[in-house]
Ligand binder design. Structure first.
Ligand code: PLP
Length: 395
């Protein structure tokens, strides 16, 4: 008898993947230029040249036995030191190599944190709209997900709903700002309020409630928006970072977990995360790209195109009558759908060769996600298709 949960996870294709496959099929039928694929969050700009140059230099100059050998399970010590220095310069913090655990992307970082923290019966709070894999990761760690409905006016936090959801079994809260799929950035005020509630409730229940902050989009922000450095606001914070989006390296699978000294019983928490990494086989992230990312940690790809795309799409959609909360970052927009049934809306969008993702899978029906990490020229052409879709609801 197989593990039925795993069979189910391995069999069901995600809605996003289904759309992506549909897009390929449609492109073969009518030409790729006539399909407006906004389904997937794959960066559309290349990694900076320095990434390839650094990789080549390392391959040419470093001892191959070391370069291609195992590193420490938690990542090479020199690499962790370089990343710690970069964090300290940017956030005026004082983290060291031993506060970091290198992972294959934020996905593995989240899994290590959740498996390290959770016991059966624990629950983890998530705010809608949310990255759907959270549920898979949380349940994989033996805990259950407690979903807080979205504040659809601003995609901040509905604090009343949040406070009533907290209980003695709450082990952790996951936040993701800038957010996939809404693009919302939590304001400093939101973070302060969240931190105050978590302090109070941790004291009331007699155990820490950890704040896991999932930050793959930290650098992709618009109009000079600043993302608060969360450990400064709440001591029991674990940061899951990734270079997938900022350096346009999703296929290289590189990120880290930061466990700051301020975390209560930091050494124990770090050990639990390292233990989870060991038990899941998430040890020794790829050696070459550990080094490349550490050496390029202060760079980003040319992410300015996302702001250009955001402005074009936002104004275009609003002119057509869509209700959209302006994204503060990421490359996602999450307009309200023109009928309550977001799945039906996205099906109708397909008739205009627009591939967008229903909000229901993100815990927020009545909306659709548009991934605007696409060529600007394609986005401009797609506006006509969006207009036709909107018009079909007017008539
Ligand atoms: N968290 C969020 C909110 C994401 O959008 C993604 C990827 O799209 C991830 C985590 C996983 O990122 P990584 O490629 O670093 O595993």
């Amino acid at each position: 008898m197989l593990n039925e949960r795993m069979v189910a996870l391995g069999t069901q294709r995600s809605v996003i993947r289904e759309l992506f496959e549909f897009g390929k099929q449609r492109a073969a039928e009518i030409g790729a230029e006539n399909v407006y694929d906004f389904s997937i969050g794959n960066p559309s700009v290349p990694a900076p040249d320095a990434v390839n140059e650094t990789a080549l230099k390392l391959i040419q100059e470093m001892n191959p036995v070391i370069l291609h050998g195992y590193t420490s399970a938690q990542g090479d010590a020199g690499v962790r030191k370089m990343i710690a220095d970069s964090i300290n310069t940017r956030f005026n913090s004082s983290v060291g190599a031993d506060n970091l655990y290198i992972t294959v992307g934020a996905a593995a970082g989240l899994c290590c944190c959740l498996n390290g923290l959770c016991n059966p019966g624990d629950n983890v709070i998530v705010f809608a709209p949310y990255f759907p894999e959270y549920q898979v990761f949380i349940e994989g760690a033996g805990a259950s997900m407690n979903l807080i409905p979205a504040d659809i006016e601003a995609f901040q936090i509905d604090f009343e709903a949040f406070e009533s959801a907290l209980n003695a079994d709450t082990k952790a809260v996951i936040i993701n700002s800038p957010n996939n799929p809404s693009g919302a950035v939590y304001s400093e005020e939101t973070i302060q309020k969240l931190a105050a509630i978590l302090e109070d409730k941790s004291a009331e229940y007699g155990h820490p409630i950890y704040l896991i902050t999932d930050e793959p989009y930290r650098e992709i922000v618009f109009d000079g928006t600043v993302i608060p450095y969360i450990p400064k606001y709440y001591k029991n914070t674990l940061v899951c970072y990734s270079w997938s989006k900022s350096l346009s390296l999703p296929g290289e699978r590189m990120g880290y977990i930061l466990v700051p000294d301020e975390v209560e019983e930091q050494a124990q928490v770090y050990a639990a995360i390292a233990g989870a990494g060991r038990s899941l086989g998430y040890v020794n992230a790829p050696s070459l790209f550990q080094r490349v990312c550490a050496m390029c940690a202060d760079m980003t790809a040319d992410i300015s195109v996302y702001e250009t795309n955001k402005n074009l799409l936002l104004h275009g959609l609003r002119d057509m009558g869509f209700h959209v909360v302006e994204p503060g970052g990421t490359f996602y927009m999450f307009p309200r759908t023109l009928e309550a049934d977001d799945v039906a809306f996205c099906e109708r969008a397909k008739e205009y060769n627009l591939l967008i993702v229903p909000g229901v899978g993100f815990g927020c029906p009545g909306h659709a996600r548009i991934s605007f990490c696409v060529q600007t020229e394609m986005l401009k052409r797609s506006l006509d298709a969006f207009e036709k879709l909107a018009r079909s609801y007017r008539s």
